[in-house]
Structure formats: structure tokens, C-alpha cells
Design a binder for this molecule. Structure first.
Ligand code: ADP
Ligand code: ADP
Length: 228
């Protein structure tokens, strides 16, 4: 079963801006999709809708593989990494990664092993007690990835996650995400402006176009990337 099915989804903001119009996209389990397109074409809006973070104006969206809550939204299966790491400065790395579990009512003692595992996934096992201000931009981003992974989501959504970082850090983080994808069963949707990045990372490139915001082209890259 697919993870997400968007059928002719439109999104008109209360400001009157039409961000999406008739966007259809089916996300199959195990894919690494790059969502590519110019600024303002609706990539972030599409990602937020896929995450269940925004209501839609018309069309239909389903999460056939997820548990659905009383509001009709998927529960717990989706991790989100934003361009800004948005860490709580007064909490340690451990405390920041604990947050999504805390929100689900899981005690710190119960959460400990999962947090340790998530930190190890991004090579931050030695930084659990550090505060965000002590970390580089790349490390903060890795904390943000650990926080997204700690609930063990099936789907990881990344909205231009490394755009603010230098080239070398960005390349390292891209390799980390690729390794994560290859070694776990996770499905990834990665929003980027970079054609290079999309070809390097993904096994499917979905190109969006503005006015109206919808899928313009959809390329499978079946030979370029396989799981180990
Ligand atoms: P909705 O129509 O879904 O209720 P709103 O129009 O109320 O959404 O906007 C939600 C939030 O996004 C508001 O805080 C608003 O200030 C902010 N916002 C408004 N315009 C833009 C924009 N062009 N890009 C990004 N954020 C915006
Ligand atoms: P992208 O991620 O491709 O740059 P966005 O999804 O952020 O595109 O934005 C698509 C369009 O919707 C843009 O015209 C943007 O200004 C507008 N927009 C995004 N968020 C909001 C909002 N909350 N309120 C009003 N307009 C918005």
C-alpha cells in the first residue's frame, strides 16, 4: 500500500494565494523522492499537507498505511525536518530529542534507549548533554534529524534541510541521509532547489511548477540508487 495518495489537491490561503491547484502524487513505501521546483511553486505547502499540518481547499489526501486519528490525520508515522533546526535553546540535545516522545506521554526512563539510538544514527552519541549553542550548524541539523527519527516514522519529510549550511557540511549530511535511507526501511521526501542534489540523492524526482502549483514532471531514477 502507498504511504500517501494526493488526488487533485488544491490549497488557497486565506490571503487569496493559490499555492497548489490540482496536485496529484502517490508516494510508495521505500521511495526517496526529491521534490524540485522554483521558489514559490508550492513545495513547502505540499510537504506540510503530506505531514497533515495544513488543511486543503479541494481534492483528497489519504495515508493508506497510517493510523488515522479522529481529525482524519496520520498519527506518529511522519517525521519532519525544517530548514531551521528550531531547537529549544534551554534544553540539552537529549532534551530536544526527547520532546516528540514527551508529547506522546512517554517517560524519560522509557525514552532513554530510543533517544540514544536516534543520536547514534546521526553520530551525536557523545553530545547528549550539550546545549544547542555549543554545536555547529551541521550538528544542530543532525539533532533536528534525530528528533524527527526518534518516533521511528515510516516517512521522513525534509524541507530544504541543508540549504543554509556550507557545501562540505551539506555534502556530509546528504551522505548521512542517504546512508539512513539505505540502512533502514524509511521513505524520504526531500525538498530541494538543486538538480545536482536531487540526482545524487533520490530514486525519483518530482518537479513542480508554479501557477498553478502542481506536479509538472515525474522521473523514476531506477538505476541510480538501490538499498544495500
Ligand atoms: P490559512 O489560510 O491556512 O489559515 P493563513 O493565511 O492564516 O493560513 O496564514 C498562516 C500563517 O502563515 C500566518 O501566520 C501568516 O502570517 C503566514 N503567512 C502569510 N503569508 C505568507 C507567505 N506568503 N509565506 C509564508 N507565510 C505566510
Ligand atoms: P515553495 O516551498 O516552493 O517555495 P511555498 O509552498 O512556500 O512554495 O509557497 C507557495 C505559494 O504560497 C507562494 O506564493 C507563497 O507565498 C504562498 N504561501 C505559502 N504559505 C502561505 C501562507 N501561510 N499564507 C499565505 N500564502 C502562503
Amino acid at each position: 500500500r502507498p504511504l500517501v495518495v494526493m488526488q487533485s489537491v488544491s490549497k488557497v490561503f486565506s490571503s487569496g494565494t493559490t499555492a497548489l491547484s490540482g496536485m496529484s502524487l502517490t508516494v510508495e513505501s521505500g521511495e526517496f523522492i526529491s521534490l524540485l521546483g522554483p521558489s514559490g511553486c508550492g513545495k513547502s505547502t505540499a510537504l506540510r499537507i503530506i505531514a497533515g499540518l495544513g488543511d486543503i481547499t479541494a481534492g483528497k489526501i489519504d495515508w493508506p498505511s497510517s493510523r488515522i486519528n479522529s481529525k482524519g490525520l496520520p498519527e506518529g508515522d511522519i517525521g519532519f525536518v525544517f530548514q531551521e533546526p528550531t531547537l529549544m535553546p534551554w534544553k540539552t540535545v537529549f532534551g530536544n530529542v526527547y520532546l516528540p516522545l514527551k508529547l506522546r506521554g512517554i517517560s524519560k526512563a522509557e525514552a532513554r534507549d530510543r533517544i540514544t539510538e536516534a543520536l547514534a544514527t546521526v553520530n551525536l552519541q557523545d553530545f547528549a548533554d550539550a546545549y544547542p549553542r555549543e554545536l555547529s550548524g551541521g550538528m544542530k541539523m543532525r539533532v533536528s534529524i534525530a528528533r524527527a527519527l526518534v518516533t521511528k516514522p515510516k516517512l521522513l519529510l525534509m524541507d530544504e534541510p541543508f540549504a543554509a549550511l556550507d557545501e562540505i557540511t551539506r555534502q556530509k549530511l546528504n551522505d548521512d541521509v542517504l546512508r539512513l535511507w539505505k540502512t533502514t526501511g524509511i521513505t524520504v521526501i526531500f525538498v530541494t532547489h538543486s538538480v545536482f542534489e536531487s540526482a545524487y540523492l533520490s530514486n525519483r524526482i518530482v518537479v513542480m511548477k508554479a501557477r498553478p502549483g502542481r506536479v509538472h514532471a515525474d522521473f523514476p531514477l531506477t538505476t541510480s540508487l538501490e538499498r544495500d
